[in-house]
Write a protein that binds this ligand. Structure first.
Ligand code: F6P
Length: 558
């Protein structure tokens, strides 16, 4: 295979002459990074017995340990200087005040209003949005309660036993992740399923043992334009109608919608009475606290949902008011910038030691990568530094037996976030203690490794010593939760939301648009027509894509 370089990917925008790399704090961080290159975590710990206390912060229900990061007091001071020079504090205030900081879409960014208390006042274009937020929350609570207690029945009068959330991206990942995270708090008499992929296999598998008479669909799409969701919604309608004798009036008992698009919802055939609205100032990936969380509220009940909002709000207040040096999400964001831009890390691993948090890395992938995977500044100029963390991960201990080898002995710098829980929700024998032992051991092992001297002392055969050495110095942050419950889940998610915000400010990008996703949608629309056309279409593709289309058509007998 041969490749040739192409100019096609040159951005049509000028480099920002006043870019971040020109800031004095940026340059100082570069010099500091040079000085820190040879400084290992072992040296940092040896040099400062107070290090652990100095680099740990607490918020109710959560302890954040930053000590195993390749930072010292000077690193943090320089990062705080950078934050000041980038106007982080003013930008935090601007977000909370409802200013239109999503510049490319000219929208406010107010997911924080979704968890504001009833008496709060937050203005968008002169209108206080908090009463509307609580109206929707109340409507969701009434619906969820009726569904959970059996008052809401299906078309034939049977109780609803299955709830299927149909949505994708932000209209799927949040509730999917949180329903798993809070399974221990959920009504076990209700089966929750999620269908997102346009691959019909997901719908088929989700519904295969279900009785349509006992099944309710929540069709969740902010725009009501998303191909995958509208396709699955149409399939769901067919499934319900064919299962319930084709009576169109069944739709009203088996479908509710979550959207900002009343027109689209009504056209689909869902009564606007059964629609739960939200607003253009809620980004999809920041929407779990809006009506997008309806499936979660159905699963865990309105009270638990309110508790979760409380956890979010606590962190909002912390982020808004705590000084930079005591501000956990600010430090998470700045430490991430430190690795990404000054120490050359290409990715970050999210490693929750909780089966309940299995979907958390995938949730964070959208939150982080859709938010900060950008190549221009808010004013449309080419950025002059790296943006966007590549996020990946799996729950421990499973990951230990898959990819941790690379973390321990590979050649790449991969900062890790370990998430651990003190009090178990499921305590079989001493399994939870073993889980906790593993997470602490991994963070320790990655940081300090194993030297040749230690191996010799332990009696390792001489010829194996080079293979067994673990150099350590792989950095990590540990977030230790008292327990995993609705409130602490809210805390955890909000920390990452604001971490991503902090990074976006430093990188000077619009963290709230996602224009890049549109290209794939556009191209897929054209190709879908070519794949299904009766006649061989004339195609305007590169040779590789055209051949794939031809082969697919021929394989499908077209
Ligand atoms: O992937 C692009 C995207 O627009 C996401 O930002 C969004 O969460 C997802 O599609 C789903 O969009 P919608 O809720 O409008 O169907």
């Amino acid at each position: 295979m041969s490749t040739s370089s192409t100019e096609n990917h040159e951005p049509e925008c000028s480099a920002d002459a006043s870019g971040r790399t020109g800031l004095s704090a940026w340059r100082a961080l570069h010099s500091h990074a040079e000085a820190m290159r040879g400084v290992t975590l072992q040296k940092l710990f040896d040099a400062d017995p107070e290090r652990c206390g100095a680099l740990a912060l607490e918020t109710p229900g959560l302890y954040a340990d930053f000590a195993k990061n390749r930072i010292n007091g000077e690193t943090l001071e320089l990062l705080f200087d950078l934050a000041e020079q980038c106007g982080l504090r003013q930008k935090i205030a601007a977000m909370f005040e409802g200013q239109k900081i999503n510049v490319s879409e000219d929208r406010a960014v107010l997911h924080t209003a979704l968890r504001a208390p009833r008496e709060a006042r937050i203005l968008v274009d002169g209108v206080n949005v908090v009463p509307e937020v609580h109206q929707v929350l109340d409507k969701m609570a009434a619906f969820a309660t009726n569904l959970r207690n059996g008052q809401w029945t299906g078309h034939t009068g049977q109780r609803i036993r299955n709830v299927i959330n149909v949505g994708i991206g932000g209209s799927d990942l949040g509730p999917r992740m949180a329903c798993q995270a809070l399974r221990a708090f959920s009504d076990r008499g209700l089966r929750l399923e999620f269908v997102s992929n346009v691959d019909g296999a997901e719908f088929t598998e989700a519904t295969r043992d279900m009785d349509p008479a006992q099944t309710l669909f929540i069709i969740s799409s902010k725009s009501w334009h998303t191909l995958e969701t509208l396709t699955n919604a149409a399939t769901a309608r067919e499934w319900i109608l064919s299962g319930l004798g084709g009576d169109n009036s069944a739709i009203a008992r088996h479908f509710v919608a979550v959207s900002t698009n009343t027109h689209g919802v009504t056209e689909f055939g869902i009564d606007p009475e059964n629609m739960f609205g939200f607003w253009d100032w809620v980004g999809g990936r920041y929407s779990i606290d809006s009506a997008v969380g309806l499936s979660l509220m159905v699963a865990i009940g309105p009270e638990n949902f309110t508790e979760m909002l409380g956890g979010f709000h606590d962190v909002d207040e912390h982020f808004r008011t705590a000084p930079l040096g005591r501000n956990i999400p600010v430090i998470m964001g700045l430490v991430s910038v430190w690795y990404n831009n000054f120490l050359g890390a290409a990715s970050q691993a999210i490693l929750p030691y909780s089966h309940y948090l299995a979907h958390f890395p995938a949730y964070l992938q959208q939150l982080e990568m859709e938010s900060n995977g950008k190549h221009v500044t808010g004013s449309g100029e080419q950025v002059d530094q790296q943006t966007g963390q590549v996020i990946w991960g799996e729950p421990g201990t499973n990951g230990q037996h898959a990819f941790y080898q690379l973390l321990h002995q590979g050649t790449k710098l991969v900062p890790c976030d370990f998430i651990a829980v003190i009090e178990p929700l499921s305590d079989l024998g001493h399994q939870h203690d073993l889980l906790a032992a593993n997470v602490f051991a991994q963070a320790e092992g990655l940081a300090f490794g194993r030297t040749a001297a230690q191996l010799r002392e332990a009696g390792s055969p001489k010829d194996q010593i080079p293979h067994r050495i673990c150099k350590g110095n792989q950095p990590s942050t540990t977030l230790l939760l008292d327990r995993l419950d609705p409130r602490s889940l809210g805390t955890l998610i909000a920390l990452y939301e604001h971490k991503v915000f902090t990074e976006g400010v430093i990188w000077d990008v619009d963290s709230f648009d996602q224009w890049g996703v549109e290209l794939g949608k556009l191209l897929a629309g054209t190709i879908a027509e070519e794949l299904t056309a009766d006649e061989v279409p004339s195609m305007d593709h590169d040779a590789s894509t055209a051949e794939l289309v031809r082969r697919y058509r021929s394989g499908r007998g077209r």
